[in-house]
Ligand binder design. Structure first.
Ligand SMILES: Cc1cc2nc3c(=O)[nH]c(=O)nc-3n(C[C@H](O)[C@H](O)[C@H](O)COP(=O)(O)OP(=O)(O)OC[C@H]3O[C@@H](n4cnc5c(N)ncnc54)[C@H](O)[C@@H]3O)c2cc1C
Length: 406
């Protein structure tokens, strides 16, 4: 039996603490917030997409950085294990589009309750409103943590599960990077990932809050098409966001120029769309253009699409040339926006970068530099696409870090 301290009461820390206690250790879980799982609460728009029901191998296709590092932890505690784990704690799941797994109740709070139950039933001592200031060492190995108020708590094993550096109001303020650095670990460059994008076009401000469904968005690096996705997006006061945009942001590299093309009529090919516009124009032949497109587009997009097509918005429909109409089709099938940058780091769903995976033993999550020091969850330099994969990483790495191999 050892004294184990887990820093951070997010998903990685909670599962880790519960598992370590189930193995017979004396475990303290320290969380600086007034409650556990503050970020978990806002996941999946409050519904918490807690894993995926895909084949285990497919998880790795969705990991953006350092997938190989995750082989041991994910095979040791797979997505199927996650579902079974929650079932045993009384939480039923449901599967939605793309294999996304949610609690049947649609409440992220039920996921937190289940983890809380796991922590408590195994006898973990939970310290809330308690902030760890540093980790201390003796003779080259972990010896405990020092709290902000100066109290020292001794432990043979300390797990850093402090999360990343985004949505910092939830408590993820990057403390784990500092702890790791002080222990001699390398921190790979921190960046917000699954993040909204800022655009050069300031007219997006007029579209703020407008959400588009069933559109496709293509990401271009220079002139090269990188990826096209289909689904939902939303305009913000600075650019674009929504599920598709967040995923595409993970394909963007530093110092490259990007643009996106939005196909507003993804279900129709150019000819079909043109025929549809011809029919609309015949019906509205004496109206001015901006008053003739209500069936085609949301109101707020109409003046912008007309402007981008280079047509005068008060032109009478029957005066529009074929050339102008084809330009309109072209704009509807490829509304182009230039990406100036990713949004502010804090708006990232997750943090890319973090504690270098080369310096962590993938089979235990123990530091290769300092015995007794462990890492779990987002603090590690791993990140994945949307779909429940980031929480699966938190659960798999947390569970492994809580497992005793001695
Ligand atoms: C809006 C949003 C929606 C998301 N939706 C999903 C989703 O549906 N599915 C999915 O898979 N992923 C989702 N994610 C990502 C997911 O929430 C994270 O990957 C996951 O929470 C990481 O878990 P973690 O335990 O490593 O860190 P966190 O959840 O960030 O937990 C870290 C904890 O450590 C505490 N802490 C930090 N420093 C200290 C300290 N010094 N002392 C004491 N405590 C400390 C913090 O207060 C925090 O509670 C979403 C993220 C956001 C922001």
């Amino acid at each position: 039996m050892s004294n184990v301290i887990v820093i951070g009461g997010g998903p990685a820390g909670m599962i880790c603490a519960g598992k370590a206690a189930a193995e017979g250790n004396n475990v303290i879980l320290i969380e600086k917030n007034e409650k556990l799982g503050k970020k978990l609460f806002i996941t999946g728009k409050g519904r918490c997409n807690f894993t995926s029901n895909c084949e285990v191998e497919e998880i790795f296709d969705n990991v953006v950085h350092n997938k190989k590092f995750l082989y041991s932890s994910i095979y040791n505690f797979t997505n199927k294990d996650t579902i079974e784990f929650f079932n045993k704690l009384g939480l039923k799941e449901k599967v939605e589009r793309g294999g996304r797994v949610f609690p049947e109740s649609d409440k992220s709070s039920d996921v937190i309750k289940a983890l809380d139950k796991y922590v408590k039933q195994n006898g973990v001592k939970v310290m809330l409103k308690t902030e760890v200031a540093s980790i201390f060492y003796e003779e080259g190995r972990v010896n405990g943590v020092e709290l902000k108020d100066g109290t020292r708590l001794a432990a043979e094993k300390v797990v850093v599960a402090t999360g990343g550096l985004t949505y910092s109001q939830t408590g993820s303020t990057g403390d784990g990077y500092k702890f790791a650095e002080e222990a001699g670990h390398r921190i790979n460059e921190i960046e917000g990932a699954l993040i909204p994008l800022e655009t050069k076009e300031s007219f997006v401000k007029d579209l703020q809050g407008l959400s588009l469904k069933n559109v496709s968005v293509s990401l271009y690096e220079g002139k090269k098409l990188k990826e096209t996705t289909f689904g939902e997006m939303i305009f913000t006061h600075f650019g674009v966001s929504g599920p598709m945009i967040l995923s595409l942001s993970s394909r963007m590299k530093k110092n490259k120029k990007y643009s996106i093309k939005i196909d507003l009529k993804a279900a129709l090919d150019n000819d079909t769309l043109d025929r549809r516009i011809v029919r609309d124009f015949e019906k509205n032949s004496n109206k001015i253009l901006k008053n003739s497109m209500d069936d085609l587009l949301p109101q707020r997009l109409i003046p912008i699409i007309i402007r981008l097509s280079g047509i005068k918005e008060d032109k009478i429909v029957n005066q529009i040339s074929k050339e102008e109409r084809l330009k309109l089709v072209q704009t509807l099938k490829g509304m182009e926006l230039e990406i100036t940058s990713k949004a502010h780091l804090d708006l990232g769903i997750i943090t890319a970068g973090g504690v270098d995976t080369k310096e962590i033993n993938p089979q235990t999550m123990e530091s290769k530099k300092v015995p007794g020091l462990y890492f779990a969850g987002e603090v590690i330099d791993v990140d994945a696409l949307t779909g429940g994969f980031n929480l699966q990483i938190a659960f798999s790495t947390g569970y492994l870090a809580g497992t005793d191999f001695k």
